[in-house]
Design a protein around this ligand. Structure first.
Ligand code: HEM
Ligand code: HEM
Length: 175
């Protein structure tokens, strides 16, 4: 608790654990990704599982976000900064939901069986012959865009912490 205003000064333990596990999963999903024909011949099952784990964690994360307490912006005088952070985080959340769903869709269109660490999942689109379509293309690009966004997000967090000295990293620190 922050004695100043009765608000919490950090994210909850659950939010912090999910944040860092998700960051590791995204990087691992990126490294295990494959594109094109190779996916049909030899489906990257680990890529699917890691990516679906992101989705599986984002659902409880959003629930925790809504029901729990979130630390208020570090500097209430800078309303524009709080708004920018809100928009930036909303964009990241949109990727955390949209990316795994579009991947699942792409795999379904390619006719590739999807499983989550050995558990078979249903397809969410009918398989097609040939190219899997626009959503699959979007998935392939968005999979890399999220890494850039996360990098920018990390740089901004570092800037807050080191230049503005507002203790931002402490809000998400597991220690
Ligand atoms: C793929 C990687 C990452 C994703 C998808 C991600 C996503 C997010 C999201 C969605 C939030 C908003 C939490 C909320 O208010 O509900 C957040 C907060 C935060 N993230 Fe990340 N993050 C990633 C990596 C990182 C890294 C590498 C750092 C550190 C350098 C970092 C530092 C933080 C901090 C300090 C906050 C709290 C910001 C605040 O209090 O306003 N994140 N992250
Ligand atoms: C959430 C984290 C994810 C990230 C960061 C991610 C990233 C990527 C990237 C970068 C590619 C392009 C690889 C290349 O062209 O060499 C790709 C392709 C692909 N991913 Fe993901 N992905 C994620 C989740 C998923 C999930 C959950 C599934 C399926 C259940 C999936 C299925 C696919 C498929 C089928 C392709 C090939 C699409 C095509 O060839 O048209 N991905 N992914």
């Amino acid at each position: 608790m922050d004695a100043r205003n009765g608000h919490v000064s950090r994210y909850s333990k659950g939010m912090i654990v999910i944040h860092w596990v998700t960051a590791v999963l995204i990087v691992a999903a990126w490294f295990t990704a494959e594109g094109g024909r190779h996916v049909v011949a030899n489906p990257p099952l680990l890529h699917f599982s890691l990516g679906l784990a992101v989705l599986a964690l984002t659902v409880p994360r959003l629930i925790l976000r809504v029901v729990g307490q979130t630390p208020p912006p570090p500097d209430e005088r800078r309303a524009w900064m709080a708004l920018a952070a809100k928009i930036g985080h909303a964009v990241l959340y949109a990727f955390l939901i949209g990316l795994p769903l579009s991947g699942w869709y792409a795999a379904s269109r390619l006719g590739v069986p999807v499983s989550f660490f050995g558990i078979s999942l249903p397809t969410i689109a009918a398989p097609v012959q040939g190219a899997p379509g626009m959503i699959a293309d979007i998935h392939e690009n968005a999979g890399t865009v999220i890494l850039y966004l996360a990098g920018l997000h990390a740089l901004i967090a570092g800037w807050h912490h080191i230049v503005l000295r507002d203790g931002t990293l402490r809000r998400m620190s597991p220690l």
